[in-house]
Design a protein around this ligand. Structure first.
Ligand code: FES
Length: 127
């Protein structure tokens, strides 16, 4: 979710540049945890992706990441209940998340490697 300018610092700054950057970063958040709300407390989604599943690879940092679900794919828990449906979700693939089934970023600190060949896209990630 972070382009190196720390979104948490950006939202504290009310300049138009920081607002624009925060909105852009939130709309690219693969987990869907960052959401932009309008002045009427309605979420603003710019993602109309069709249902699809992929994997996230951080080639720049030589890390493997979570599964990525796009397009409002329903996710059912082991006890049969459904989680809130979101347009973007990331599901733990390393097995170490403290918030399973969701990725909590632990894969980065453990330097998770899936062993699959990496083919970077222009943004340095493989989906
Ligand atoms: S893949 Fe991110 S915590 Fe497991």
């Amino acid at each position: 979710c972070d382009n190196g300018k720390r979104i948490w610092n950006q939202v504290e700054d009310s300049t138009q540049n920081s607002v624009d950057l925060s909105v852009e970063m939130a709309h690219h958040c693969p987990s869907g945890r960052l959401i932009v709300w309008d002045e009427n407390n309605q979420p603003i989604e710019n993602d109309s992706s069709s249902a699809s599943v992929g994997i996230i690879e951080d080639v720049a940092n030589d890390l493997s990441g979570p599964y990525a679900l796009w397009g409002g794919i329903p996710l059912k828990s082991a006890n049969g209940e459904y989680y809130e449906v979101r347009n973007r979700q990331t599901i733990c693939r390393c097995g170490q998340s403290s918030n399973k089934p969701f990725c909590d970023g632990t894969h980065a600190s453990m330097r998770f490697q899936d062993g699959l060949p990496k083919q970077p896209k222009s943004d340095g990630k493989v989906f």
